[in-house]
Design a protein around this ligand. Structure first.
Ligand code: NOJ
Length: 568
């Protein structure tokens, strides 16, 4: 058995990701909470899920929806208390599920006591806990130390009037970057952000922006890729820096004491060699990562600078193949995912959310995911085939700082040009993170059963036709299909979780076909990514294991139909 084939709970387990603000509100304040999550654990378990991942529930001013943490050891009061979290951990374990939390330690909130102390003066004992630099003067004009653009627009440096220096923030100004070069900082992170929760029994972490910890000391300018802008994309400057492997080995030693699992976010890393540094088992860094090639499909150079569906199927296939072949003949592990809280809904992005195609599309994408190797991740509502909010929604409904900053940037740069704003809006309707954050659709009552009062974010208009209650009773629903599919994945875990992936007919722009092979067994998967019928006869000597269509046709695949065959 190769190391990749070695059985582990975190390889075979299916992960269900929960966004606390939007999952279930138990106390009618319009914001989801931990008791709400506990009340739906049986529902989650019924899907066939084994691991629950909770997005940040720590205390936070919520500038970036909890990814700006002001206290790692406290819970954001509208979500509940530490004691609620202890109950959640217990209730997950009681149902034989593992639970992982989000570990956000590239940065803190500017309201964290560490940063408050750091910014007090240049002599503060915690000054060096964050990344402070003097200004650069160009023709007497004060400028930040380099031209890096933050992930949420504008310079990645914020001027601090009181102490006359800039601090680095790769995300919002309210999210200052911690200085991982400082050993004291690393120890404080392990203790406060990690061991505090590991001691309470959690089973691991999803590790936020994990490849950004080491920026190097020089931090040179990024190349100019957007000549009209002052600040430039710098992802290749601040990701995968020189001390990454050293920092992660150190962190891994802490995690190893608890046998905790890790899945790291790994943007701006496009080669297998680059990814393997993090996930090769012998390197002892992370168990697996989310590669970004798949979710970057169709995004413009500046993420939203694109038109909807500006991609072709071979690009998506190549991106997926990259995550699958990573584990072929190596000691690495991988992930299978299409959605999370940072992505628009997969049906709307990669298939069709037109009413006549939504269900078929949801099942077809589910079939693809559940037959891919690696740990499978499902994002709340994906199991129902939830889709993007409609184009008619005004910008006021978009709550994410990433969306509003982008729209504002286009407005400023175009002088309010209606055409530019319309295309910015079209791109946001297709790709914005907000679409993943609309409240979970539980039933067809007002506010979709998420809450009995007006939720913090508008419920998607389609909740009367797409909700958990209806789908639980409907054998033909996306939810029922996911349940069957996850049983199949478990039954054939050799093939689907651990098998070797081979892409077929890579250039085909309509059909995505691949095989999975494990020793003597082999499966063949074919997926129609179009709204038209496609020729596609059953392979010889095969048995149809599962298909998405209610009334399949032998000689052709229906629009958005997917099939998986077992080969003799
Ligand atoms: C990645 C998280 O998934 C995203 O939601 C967040 O905005 C950034 N990291 C910053 O923490």
């Amino acid at each position: 058995m190769t190391i990749t084939e070695e059985r582990k709970w975190w390889k075979e387990g299916v992960v269900y990701q929960i966004y606390p603000a939007s999952f279930k509100d138990s106390n009618d304040d319009g914001i989801g909470d931990i008791p709400g999550i506990i009340s739906e654990l049986d529902y989650i378990r019924s899907i066939g899920v084994d691991i629950v991942w909770i997005c940040p529930m720590y205390d936070s001013p919520q500038v970036d929806m909890g990814y700006d943490i002001s206290d790692y050891e406290a819970v954001y009061p509208p979500y509940g208390t530490v004691s609620d979290m202890e109950s959640l951990i217990h209730e997950c374990h009681k149902r034989d599920m593992h639970i992982i939390l989000d570990l956000v330690v590239n940065h803190t909130s500017d309201q964290h006591k560490w940063f408050k102390e750091s910014r007090m003066s240049k002599e503060s004992p915690k000054r060096d806990w964050y990344i402070w630099r003097p200004a650069k003067y160009v023709n007497g004009v004060r400028k930040p130390p380099n031209n890096w653009r933050s992930n949420f627009e504008g310079s990645a440096w914020q001027w601090d009037e009181a102490t006359q220096e800039y601090y680095l923030h790769l995300f919002c100004p309210e999210q200052p970057d911690l200085n991982w070069e400082n050993e004291e900082v690393r120890k404080a992170i392990y203790d406060s952000a990690m061991e505090f929760w590991l001691r309470k029994g959690i089973d691991g972490f999803r590790v936020d922006t994990v490849n950004m910890y080491s920026k190097g000391l020089i931090m040179p300018d990024a190349p100019v890729t957007d000549p009209d802008a002052e600040w430039q994309f710098a992802g290749y400057q601040y990701c995968n820096g020189p001390r990454m492997q050293e920092f992660l080995s150190e962190m891994n030693a802490v995690l190893a004491k608890y046998d905790a699992m890790t899945v790291g976010e790994c943007p701006n890393t496009h080669t297998a060699e680059g990814v393997l540094k993090y996930v090769s088992a012998k390197q002892k860094q992370l168990n697996m990562v989310f590669q970004f090639d798949v979710v970057d499909v169709g995004m413009g150079p500046h993420k939203f600078q694109t038109t909807p569906f500006a991609w072709k199927l071979p690009t998506l296939k190549a991106a997926i193949a990259g995550t699958q072949t990573l584990i072929k003949g190596t000691d690495a592990w991988t992930t299978a995912f299409l959605e999370n809280h940072d992505q628009a809904r997969s049906i709307s992005r990669f298939a069709s959310d037109a009413p006549e195609h939504r269900v078929a599309s949801g099942k077809m994408l589910a079939l693809m995911l559940a037959t891919l190797s690696g740990t499978l991740f499902v994002y709340q509502g994906q199991e129902l085939g939830m889709i993007n909010a409609p184009l008619e929604w005004s910008m006021d409904e978009y709550k994410d700082v990433d969306s509003s900053n982008y729209y504002k940037m286009v407005n400023d740069r175009s002088g309010g040009d209606p055409k530019s704003l319309a295309s910015a809006k079209a791109a946001l309707q297709h790709l914005a993170r907000d679409h993943a954050r609309t409240p979970m659709q539980w039933n067809s009552h007002k506010y979709a059963g998420f809450s009995s009062c007006k939720p913090w974010m508008r419920v998607n208009d389609d909740y009367t036709v797409c909700n958990a209650q209806q789908q639980q009773q409907d054998k033909g629903s996306v939810l029922s299909f996911w349940k069957k599919l996850l049983r199949l994945r478990k039954e054939y875990s050799d093939l689907f979780v651990y098998g070797d992936f081979e892409l077929l007919d890579a250039a085909n722009e309509n059909l995505f076909s691949f095989t999975k092979e494990y020793r003597a067994s082999k499966a063949f998967v074919v997926l129609n990514f179009t709204g038209q019928k496609q020729a596609g006869a059953s392979p010889e000597n095969s048995k149809l294991l599962m298909n998405t269509a209610e009334e399949p046709k032998a000689e052709s695949l229906l629009p958005y139909e997917g099939r998986v065959y077992l080969m003799a």
